[in-house]
Write a protein that binds this ligand. Structure first.
Ligand code: PLP
Length: 408
């Protein structure tokens, strides 16, 4: 029997052979952000998580250029020893965006690796949502060497979470629920209102949430889905990536307890031992955060909202089996089923001029493969409609060939 690692390696290797992974954008310039050239074929890029589409904004390019002129490629020192003023400026701007003291990390993943081992005590229970991002799972696995109890809990099942809390509230110091704000594959969201109620009800219940795919396109100043829905709660640890909707790089952590915040800032492993965000990227980040603090972000969010509405309505009209979501997010998932049919759809779409991400095991469960479609402000309504019309025309035929049915 194959080990899990072997199954993952085989899945990734097969997808790469199919041309679904490890593609190279061989453009000499990224024409306006909506298209890429793959093997000399110019295609509409439906694979970007830069939801607001600000990565080509002149203010961001200028911010990067200025930093490169001033500081070159790198100030090669752990930021705990020595860092550029721009690093502290990024933390100040993040604190302004969130209205809370923010900790910057080089990436969101490195943020989890700094936070989770500091936060989780030996007598804590950690409940990992079945679909929480791999970076949270990895950091929790590292933390678990202290002897804490870690269990998986079925995806977004607040009823099961409530049961766990009731049964275990007196057995553990803290009980953690680790989840994503917006899930990266299906684009569904954490049941944040119910989780908030549970935090009010159980004083030793903590919510650790990664809202990487929520940032930028929603919430006041682009703070994301979670903080757009509820006020920050003292039992919440909020983490996000600055490499998606913010179009830069880095991670942000918001934690209210000042002692824990200092413990992470000064004692988090990756804050001590990892290198810094390079100057160019700090320039991009600070310019991007200034956009989030300006009125421009409202206009950009409204524009994307219109595109999300359009996608949702057109997909319904075309009868495309999109995973149902209670909340409109810019990540869509068209259900196919088998990995082989998903590859076929990938090739058909690419031939027709559209590049999408295929999602298959281990990113989604076995036999639940499909097309992951993020939309950004770079896309026109015509491009969205074009993509959906090709899916609508071809998906039933592909499924018929495999004797599968349309999973509406
Ligand atoms: C939910 C989630 N968290 C974290 C990450 C990783 O972010 P970073 O590249 O900043 O480490 C990703 C990236 O794919 C993600 O989808």
């Amino acid at each position: 029997m194959l080990s899990n690692a072997e199954m993952v390696k085989n899945a990734i290797q097969n997808a790469a052979i199919e041309g679904c992974l490890r593609n190279i954008a061989n453009d000499s310039t990224i024409y306006g952000g909506d298209q890429v050239t793959i093997k000399n074929n110019k295609v509409v890029n439906f694979g970007s998580c830069s939801y607001l589409g600000i990565e080509l904004d002149q203010r961001i390019k200028d911010g990067m250029q200025k930093m490169v002129e001033q500081y070159g490629s790198m100030l090669s020192s752990s930021p705990i020893y020595l860092r550029l003023e721009a690093y502290d400026e990024a933390e100040r701007l993040l604190s302004e965006v969130f209205g809370h003291d923010a900790i910057l990390s080089s990436t969101c993943t490195l943020g989890h690796l700094a936070n989770i081992p500091v936060l989780i005590g030996a007598n804590d229970l950690v409940l990992l949502d079945a679909q929480v991002h791999n970076s949270v799972v990895t950091a929790t696995t590292l933390a678990a060497t202290n002897g804490c109890t870690v269990r998986r809990i079925r995806h977004s099942r607040v009823d099961l979470l409530a049961q766990e809390l009731e049964q275990n509230k007196d057995k553990y110091d803290k009980i953690w629920y680790m989840a994503d704000g917006v899930y990266s594959m299906y684009g569904d969201v954490a049941p944040v209102h119910q989780v908030y109620e549970l935090m009010n009800q159980y004083p030793n219940f903590y919510f650790y949430v990664d809202d990487a795919h929520g940032m930028g396109w929603t919430g006041k100043n682009g703070t994301g889905y979670i903080l757009g829905e509820v006020d920050y709660h003292p039992q919440m640890v909020f983490v996000s990536s600055l490499a998606k909707g913010v179009a830069a790089a880095g991670g942000v952590t918001i934690i209210q307890d000042p002692d824990l915040r200092d413990a992470i800032r000064y004692g988090g492993n990756t804050h001590i031992f990892a290198g810094p965000i390079p100057p160019a990227m700090l320039g991009a980040l600070n310019a991007s955060l200034k956009i989030l603090l300006s009125n421009d972000v409202n206009i950009m969010q409204d524009e994307l909202q219109q595109k999300m509405n359009f996608f949702t309505n057109r997909a319904k009209e075309y009868n495309i089996p999109i995973v149902e979501k209670e909340v409109l997010t810019p990540v869509y998932f068209a259900k196919v089923g088998s990995t082989a049919s998903t590859y076929k759809m990938f090739h058909i779409l690419k031939e027709a001029g559209y590049y999408i991400n295929t999602a298959f095991f281990p990113a989604v469960p076995q036999n639940k493969a499909g097309l992951r479609i993020p939309i950004t402000n770079h896309h026109s309504f015509e491009q969205i409609d074009g993509l959906l019309s090709v899916i609508a025309e071809n998906l039933p035929l592909v499924l018929e060939q495999e004797k599968l049915s349309l999973a509406i």
